[in-house]
Write a protein that binds this ligand. Structure first.
Ligand code: FAD
Ligand code: UDP
Length: 362
């Protein structure tokens, strides 16, 4: 008899499992995949390079509580992410910063007068209601078209005006030379990889693990008091209101016999090719090898659910499932799929910590 069945062995499920186990609860974590870690799973490929099997994952947060919690299970490689965008045949920094503007336009702005440039191009009167407005209100039509329009259409299969403003608000506009993708206080990649970190989180005598197992196959076979469900909420309810749309990705990994393939970890391709970005893993880990592995990401509408698609009609459909969920006494939904929320790793960990600490689940 288990106190909890946690469905999903990703960061949210594992965080819940660990905290519950530390409170003396007996927990079974089940996942339909053959490995632990969910989308943060990483592994060594046949060329000995540590890759992120479900795309590039850089941990970053301003939430000290989350950083301290994960730091119990890993040391960090203090990597700070840098991204270039391939635009008009040049690789320039993204988020757009002072150097991006100067490189594109051959200008010589500095941090004291760059605001004059942005003020000249931006549509500051625009009402910001969607992902297109968000960018145009900050940098104007031309930079929007160069950096955001094509990328967003590739990534989401939708026009930016049909997506929530929060999607493009993830990418700031900089008035400085700071070319880091994130400016959070705590940033890094687990020194031994995410899978090792997850292994340590699961290493507790109150935690049992069942892989290759779908929830529906064990739902009535195993004895437990409560469920924490981190899979897709619409699947739990047998899609009774219809399917929640997710965006998926096809990952294409390539290994080259060269030390490095590109100048930074990630290069975004807003307007060229069919992939959105190319990421080279060795930058994340500091690994030394005379080979290097990259991944190209092709967004698709079918496949594993990776990204909830942030737009009004999807939120409304999710609310129907949410209302069903609230009627259930012994099931809690959490994580990117359970809450249908485009959340970074730190937020799914924080939500899981709050769920267990909040106590009403116990
Ligand atoms: P998941 O990791 O998806 O775990 C859910 C698990 O539930 C899965 O393992 C799944 O197999 C299992 N499951 C589902 N249904 C069932 C079922 N019926 N029965 C049994 N098991 C089931 N965040 C960052 O902070 N930084 C980044 O750089 C970053 N990069 C990303 C890049 C990509 C390409 C993607 C897709 C996401 C990225 N993220 C990043 C977000 C990050 O992956 C998520 O926040 C986090 O992994 C979500 O964890 P989770 O536990 O909620 O979900
Ligand atoms: N985006 C863009 N161009 C870029 C980078 C991002 O248009 O060069 C937009 C795009 O809509 C993307 C969103 O901003 O989906 C968020 O980007 P982020 O890099 O945070 O996406 P993730 O890493 O979550 O896929």
């Amino acid at each position: 008899m288990f106190d909890f069945l946690v469905v999903g062995c990703g960061l949210s499920g594992v965080t819940c499992a660990r905290l519950l186990a530390e409170k003396g609860k007996r927990v079974l974590v089940a996942d339909r995949r053959s490995h632990i870690g969910g989308n943060v799973f990483d592994s060594y490929n046949e060329d000995g390079i540590l890759i992120h099997n479900y795309g590039p994952h850089i941990f970053h947060t301003n939430i000290k509580e989350v950083w301290d919690f994960l730091s119990r299970f890993t040391e960090w490689y203090y990597y700070q992410h840098r991204v270039l965008a391939f635009v008009n045949g040049k690789m320039v920094p993204i988020p757009i910063n002072l150097d991006t503007v100067n490189m594109l336009y051959g200008t010589d702005y500095d941090s004291r007068n760059i605001s004059a440039f942005y003020d000249q191009v931006r549509d500051s009167d625009r009402e910001v209601t969607n992902a297109e407005d968000m960018v145009i209100s900050k940098v104007g039509q031309e930079l929007y078209e160069l950096f955001f329009k094509g990328y967003t259409i590739k990534q989401w299969g939708l026009q930016p005006k049909d997506l929530d403003k929060e999607v493009t608000a993830r990418i700031p506009v900089r008035y400085s030379r700071d070319d880091r993708y994130f400016t959070d206080r705590y940033q890094g990649v687990p020194a031994q990889g995410y899978t090792k970190m997850i292994e340590k989180m699961l290493d507790h005598s109150n935690i049992s693990i069942l892989l290759n197992t779908d929830f529906k196959d064990i739902q009535n076979e195993i004895k437990y008091s409560k469920i924490i469900f981190t899979g897709p909420i619409d699947y739990y309810f047998d899609y009774k209101y219809g399917r929640l749309p997710y965006r998926s990705i096809r990952f294409e990994f390539v290994t080259y016999n060269m030390e490095y393939y590109q100048p930074v970890a990630t290069v975004n391709y807003p307007n060229d090719y069919d992939f959105t970005r190319i990421t080279e893993f060795k930058y994340f880990t500091g690994q030394k090898s005379d080979k290097t592995t990259i991944v190209k990401e092709y967004s698709t509408s079918d496949g594993e659910p990776y990204y909830p698609i942030p737009r009004r009609e999807n939120r409304e459909l999710y609310q129907l499932y949410r209302q069903e969920a609230e009627k259930l006494g012994n099931v809690r939904f959490i994580g990117r799929l359970g809450l249908y929320k485009y959340a970074n790793m730190d937020i799914v960990v924080k939500d899981a910590m709050d769920l267990v600490k909040g106590g009403d689940v116990l």
